[in-house]
Design a protein. Structure first.
Length: 410
């Protein structure tokens, strides 16, 4: 029916729910039951009696068996119990050796097939039994569920029978002679959206990135104080990233062109800071919004971000919490990245990238000492503001981070 990452029409069936050990061919459920109008002599057949690739033409009361005519013009009588077992296990009952009365296939015949094999998927049945048995013995077990032989196995086998090397490979290092092996995967819906938005951002904005480093000593000292007393003060485990978010929310308010949206030839300058925070998830990058971040305490920012990040990773985030950001922060420091070029989350005019802590040398009273340095990478839309205005924001942000205790007192 559908494969992973396929786009599926609304209300279209995509799966069948059954037992853990049950094997079901979904293609069976796509076929319509044959109505009584198609064969005036045939009884009305329910969906449960529909058999893959076969036409039910009648029932024999004498043998309590279903008579089947398939697409290779062979007929078989099969008991309901045998049919149910064959469909459940995904084997072709047409190849069973009937041992019941009047040539009827019964349950023990299906069991015998299960014990002796081979197992073939519904889609591969016709192709498989159209080949010589000796060819199939070369195939061995299949690569499908329960080692079933699939159409892909038949295609590989067919190619191997036809493939005859024209000449030996003289130089295996020659790119034209060596087979290129690769894995092909489809993009998820989330990745498609991310790809579309990132490309649109680069195509429709004038992006410029400025980099500046600051001394993170004050942040590290304050975080250590919190860790020492967070239990007695009932504080969350506040991180360096939480403190940077707090500082950004207070600083960007003074630089309205960065806390803004640029829509064609119009700027929307926001009074409050609705801070987007990039979160890495298995589904892809998501950016929940800390609304009115400039009015929240450091502890509240930390706790709220943890809730939003968890909801993003679990896939339970309210879509409303992924909208409305006026400025974004993305942090790759935990992955060891020192600096990078973040891409604008349009129509926002600014995004701040945060790098990891690196010990750097500096001169203090004539001596060279090491200090913990962090790089801030600000990407801004040059249509909305100039480089000097963006640099002033970075300068003030660096000062606030290096004197974090004073910022808390403001």
């Amino acid at each position: 029916m559908y494969k992973e990452y396929d786009e599926v029409p609304v209300q279209e069936a995509v799966c069948i729910i059954g037992e853990s050990d049950e094997t079901v061919d979904l293609s069976e459920y796509q076929q319509e039951a044959i109505s009584s109008e198609a064969n005036s002599n045939a009884p009305v057949i329910s969906d449960e009696e529909t058999i893959d690739e076969a036409l039910i033409i009648g029932k024999s009361n004498d043998f309590d068996a279903i008579i089947v005519q398939d697409n290779i013009n062979t007929k078989a009588k099969i008991s309901p119990r045998a049919k149910a077992l064959a469909l459940k296990k995904g084997i072709d009952y047409r190849q069973a050796k009937a041992s019941g009365p009047e040539g009827r296939i019964i349950e023990r015949d299906i069991i015998s097939m299960l014990e002796s094999g081979p197992f073939v998927s519904s889609a591969a049945r016709d192709g498989y039994y159209g080949l010589e048995i000796s060819k199939n013995q070369e195939t061995g077990v299949g690569t499908g569920l329960g080692q079933r032989i699939t159409t892909a196995d038949l295609e590989r086998q067919d190619e191997s029978l036809k493939k005859v090397p024209e000449k030996p490979i003289v130089n295996p290092s020659d790119d034209n002679l060596v087979e290129k092996k690769f894995e092909s995967i489809k993009l998820s819906q989330t990745r498609k959206v991310i790809s579309k938005n990132m490309l649109k951002s680069l195509e429709t904005t004038a992006q410029l990135t400025l980099n500046a480093s600051f001394d993170a000593t004050a942040l590290l000292e304050y975080r250590q104080q919190i860790k020492d007393r967070n239990e007695s003060m009932n504080l969350s485990n506040i991180s360096i990233n939480d403190m940077i978010l707090f500082a950004v929310s207070r600083t960007v308010k003074n630089h309205k062109a960065l806390n803004a949206h640029l829509l064609d030839d119009e700027m929307h300058l926001y009074e409050h800071v609705h801070l987007g925070v990039a979160v890495d998830t298995d589904r892809g990058l998501m950016v929940p919004t800390l609304s009115y971040c400039d009015m929240k305490s450091l502890d509240v920012i930390s706790k709220e971000l943890r809730v939003l990040a968890a909801e993003c990773r679990e896939g339970t985030i309210n879509p409303d919490h992924l909208r409305g950001g006026t400025f974004t922060v993305t942090n790759l420091g935990s992955l060891g990245v020192e600096s990078f070029t973040p891409i604008l989350n349009a129509p926002q005019t600014g995004i701040l990238g945060v790098g990891t802590i690196v010990n750097m040398p500096k001169e203090v009273q004539g001596k060279i000492v090491l200090y913990p340095s962090m790089v801030l990478s600000l990407t801004m839309d040059h249509r909305a503001l100039d480089g000097a205005a963006a640099a002033r924001f970075l300068k003030e942000l660096r000062e606030n981070l290096e004197k974090f205790s004073l910022l808390l007192a403001m």
